[in-house]
Design a protein around this ligand. Sequence first.
Ligand SMILES: *[C@@H]1O[C@H](CO)[C@@H](O)[C@H](O)[C@H]1NC(C)=O
Ligand SMILES: *[C@@H]1O[C@H](CO)[C@@H](O)[C@H](O)[C@H]1NC(C)=O
Ligand SMILES: *[C@@H]1O[C@H](CO)[C@@H](O)[C@H](O)[C@H]1NC(C)=O
Length: 137
Amino acid sequence: MKTFVILTTLAATALAQNVYVDLPGGPELIAGDEVTIQVQRPNFLSGSREIGIAIGIQSCPTEPCIPSESSLGTELYNGSFNPEYHENAIPPYENFTVTIPEGTATGNAIVGVAHASIVGASNWPFFEVVNTTATVI
Ligand SMILES: *[C@@H]1O[C@H](CO)[C@@H](O)[C@H](O)[C@H]1NC(C)=O
Ligand SMILES: *[C@@H]1O[C@H](CO)[C@@H](O)[C@H](O)[C@H]1NC(C)=O
Ligand SMILES: *[C@@H]1O[C@H](CO)[C@@H](O)[C@H](O)[C@H]1NC(C)=O
């Protein structure tokens, strides 16, 4: 019973830490152009402190992308992550303006975000990789 409670608490805590990656300008990206990548972190409540994130784009026009957990592809950003409230309707987020590398193949791509934080009084190290699909046009 106790184990169950602890496991559920951990699962709930893990969910509360999840970031979400959005392309507010839409999923169509142009090689050589700047694009805004928005990383949202829905919840401030569980006392998590951000370590940082890395953002990458993997181009996979002809074959399925390999999991972002294995490769972020071309690195677009690495460093601090400071999600803040802006618009009421959107969870706390930070915008990252990056340049899609010149010469990125047209077709399917994946934008991956690796996210690390420290959670709660026990300083639980939390790590996840999330993604969103895109098309290079
Ligand atoms: C992207 O995230 C989804 C949902 O978590 C997952 O099912 C999929 O395998 C991920 N794709 C890559 C390329 O990592
Ligand atoms: C990643 O971080 C290193 C060290 O701060 C920096 O030199 C490099 O430019 C960063 N790369 C990207 C793509 O942000
Ligand atoms: C983040 O980017 C979106 C899309 O470009 C924009 O609407 C929003 O105002 C930006 N937020 C901030 C705080 O700059």
